[in-house]
Structures are given as structure tokens and as C-alpha cells.
Design a protein around this ligand. Structure first.
Ligand SMILES: NC(=O)c1ccc[n+]([C@@H]2O[C@H](COP(=O)([O-])OP(=O)(O)OC[C@H]3O[C@@H](n4cnc5c(N)ncnc54)[C@H](OP(=O)(O)O)[C@@H]3O)[C@@H](O)[C@H]2O)c1
Length: 324
């Protein structure tokens, strides 16, 4: 698989990344079994065999078990750490932590960021994260406080680069204004079925019917050399196997994806991911399937080129309307 440099870093990353959320399996306090480790090993091996060198985590995935399982696999696969890039996230806190009446919330406080990074490093069994992301915008964010935490973590060598997730342009600009290092990644949800960050641009000047605020996040990231990553890039498989009560456009989309896959002698996953990767902002999809065959199928996307006509056909079917 082809690789490229994330702007403003020395990180050479595969065009597709692997999302590790599913590796820990359950979001409860049940212990990690040998089966879970063995399945995770198979998923990670399939990703690496397909040319993926980038692994995305978060402190909260499966309540820490996804990082922990990954740490177990790293121990077994000698030398693997040197070949891969590891990203994790912090900033989401569960309901009931630390007190039984604590609500689910976001927390960009200095203490939480520092503690979260130490927790991720310990669960993963590594010395340094390549990238740390703030997981979801915290309305109570104090940019100077985040900057203090980032400076300290970087000086101690615990994290090399920093980014965010689910941020809009205003939030990015506000945080960047206080940071001593560039924000290198913004990870947002994008897929053919969750396409509004692309659709917004098309609707920017509409006065009636469907219209949008045109947040311009993709253009902002492109202008500011921020790598865009797409989470849920195949909408949890719904774009291939729509539920029976799905809207007509979703069913039509699944059909068109199958047709293109057949015409091009490739997988459905490759078509859906190639659609994302054709966008000139340079989207790095973070695939989340744990199934080795689907991982292999996803990695074929690197080889697929969609024409403008094919890209727009998929887009208009997904929108359920022709472009204005
Ligand atoms: N920053 C954020 O806020 C945020 C939020 C969510 C996720 N993420 C990251 O993004 C990664 C990917 O997210 P995701 O898991 O929601 O993305 P996804 O790749 O769109 O969905 C994968 C999920 O769909 C299921 N699926 C069912 N049929 C499938 C098919 N035919 N092909 C592929 N998958 C199918 C998979 O199950 P099987 O495992 O059985 O294949 C898996 O549970 C996560 O691992 C995480 O790293 C970030």
C-alpha cells in the first residue's frame, strides 16, 4: 500500500489506517480472554499484511481493553512497534467516573490529559504515542491549559505530535492559537452515508429546500495542512448491507457499490473507501472491521481509481438527489 507523510510530521503513514476500537470487544469490566487476544492478533496481522502501518486507539475503547489487547499483541510480535505508528485519544469521560453521580462528559483539563496519556502508554506497554488526539470538543476547553499539558507531555517524550477529532474550523483555530506545535490531524466521521462535510459545500449558496451552514471543515484542514481522517468510513457496513427498513437511496447505493465492484473486479469495501480517498483533501480512512477478509478487501482500495462520473454517481445516489 502506498504511504505518504502526514503534513508537519516525519510520520510516513499508509493511505488506510486501522481503527482498534473493536479489538477489546466488550465495553464492560469482563476480563480479556485468550480468544480476544487471538482474534486481535488475526485482525492486526491482516492489517499489516495489507500494508497498513497506522493504528488508531482511544483511552476509552472497550474501557481501555482495546489498548490493553493491542499491548499484548505488541509483546508477542517482536519488533512490531518500530514498524508502526500509534495514535490514541483522550478527553471523553464515562458516566459514573470517578463518582457514581458523575455525568458522561468531555474533559480537556490539564490533569485529565496527563493522566489519560499515562494510562494509554501503560496499557499499550509503550514509551511514546506518535500522535495524541483530543477526542471530542469540550465546551469548557481552556486552550492555554491544553497547551500546558501538550508542552509537558511532548517535553517528556510521551507524545510526538498532536491533533483533534470532531472539531470545526473555529474550534481548531481557537486551540491552535495557544499551542506551541501544529495540530496535525482532525479525525471526523465521513462516509458515503455521512457525507455532510462534503455536501455542505455543494449547498453553500442554496436559499431554499436542503441547505447547510457550510462549516467548511475540509477546506479549512486543506488550507492549514491538517490531515483529515475518516471514522466509520463504511457506516458500520450499512452501505453494503442496508437494513430492510433502510431508505431507498441507501439500498440503491449498496447496489451501485456492488455493480462497480463487479465491473472493476474488486471488493465493495474498496469502492466505498476509494470514494473517500478521491477527495482532494486527502482523506485517510480509519477502517474498523475486525474481520480479516474484510480488512484484506479494504486494503484493495489503494489500487482503485474512480472517475469523476463514478464519484458523482455514488454521491448523488447517497444524497438521494441530483446536485443542484
Ligand atoms: N474519533 C471518533 O469520534 C471515533 C468514533 C468512532 C470510531 N472511531 C475510530 O474509527 C474506527 C472505525 O470506526 P467504525 O468501526 O465505526 O467504522 P466502520 O469501518 O465504518 O465500521 C466497522 C464496523 O462495521 C461492522 N461491519 C458489518 N458489516 C461490515 C462490512 N461488510 N464491512 C465492514 N464492516 C462491517 C464491523 O463488524 P466486523 O468487525 O464484524 O466486520 C465493525 O463493527 C474505530 O475503530 C475507531 O478507531 C473514531
Amino acid at each position: 500500500m502506498k504511504k505518504y507523510l502526514i503534513p508537519n510530521t516525519e510520520l510516513e503513514v499508509s493511505k488506510i489506517a486501522y481503527g482498534c476500537m473493536g479489538l477489546g470487544k466488550t465495553w464492560d469490566s469482563s476480563p480479556i480472554t485468550d480468544d480476544v487476544i487471538s482474534n486481535a492478533t488475526n485482525s492486526i496481522s491482516a492489517a499489516m499484511d495489507g500494508g497498513i502501518n497506522f493504528f488508531d486507539h482511544a483511552d476509552i475503547y472497550a474501557r481501555g481493553k482495546s489498548e490493553q489487547v493491542f499491548g499484548e499483541v505488541l509483546k508477542e510480535m517482536k519488533g512490531m512497534r518500530d514498524d508502526i505508528i500509534i495514535q490514541s485519544k483522550c478527553g471523553i469521560r464515562f458516566q459514573g467516573a470517578p463518582n457514581s453521580d458523575s455525568p458522561g462528559r468531555y474533559d480537556f483539563s490539564y490533569e485529565h490529559i496527563i493522566n489519560s496519556v499515562d494510562g494509554s502508554l501503560s496499557r499499550l506497554g509503550i514509551e511514546q504515542l506518535d500522535i495524541l488526539l483530543l477526542h471530542r470538543p469540550d465546551p469548557l476547553m481552556e486552550p492555554e491549559e491544553v497547551a500546558k499539558a501538550f508542552d509537558e507531555i511532548q517535553q517528556k517524550g510521551k507524545v510526538r505530535y498532536f491533533g483533534v477529532s470532531n472539531f470545526n474550523p473555529g474550534q481548531l483555530a481557537l486551540l491552535q492559537n495557544s499551542l506551541n506545535m501544529p495540530i496535525v490531524v482532525n479525525q471526523i466521521e465521513i462516509s458515503l452515508l455521512h457525507n455532510h462535510v462534503i455536501n455542505d459545500g455543494i449547498l453553500a449558496n442554496q436559499t431554499s429546500g436542503q441547505y447547510a451552514a457550510s462549516t467548511g471543515i475540509l477546506d479549512y484542514c486543506r488550507l492549514n495542512n491538517i490531515q483529515v481522517q475518516a471514522w466509520s468510513p463504511v457506516a458500520l457496513g450499512k452501505i453494503f448491507n442496508p437494513p430492510s427498513d433502510a431508505d431507498e437511496n441507501v439500498k440503491n447505493l449498496a447496489q451501485q457499490i456492488s455493480q462497480y465492484a463487479e465491473d472493476k473486479g474488486t471488493s465493495k469495501e474498496a469502492i466505498a473507501l476509494a470514494w473517500l480517498m478521491k477527495h482532494p483533501v486527502g482523506i485517510q480512512p480509519i477502517i474498523g472491521t475486525t474481520n480479516p477478509d474484510r480488512i484484506k478487501n479494504s486494503c484493495l482500495a489503494d489500487e482503485i481509481k474512480l472517475s469523476r462520473e463514478e464519484w458523482y454517481s455514488l454521491f448523488t445516489i447517497a444524497r438521494g438527489n441530483p446536485v443542484p
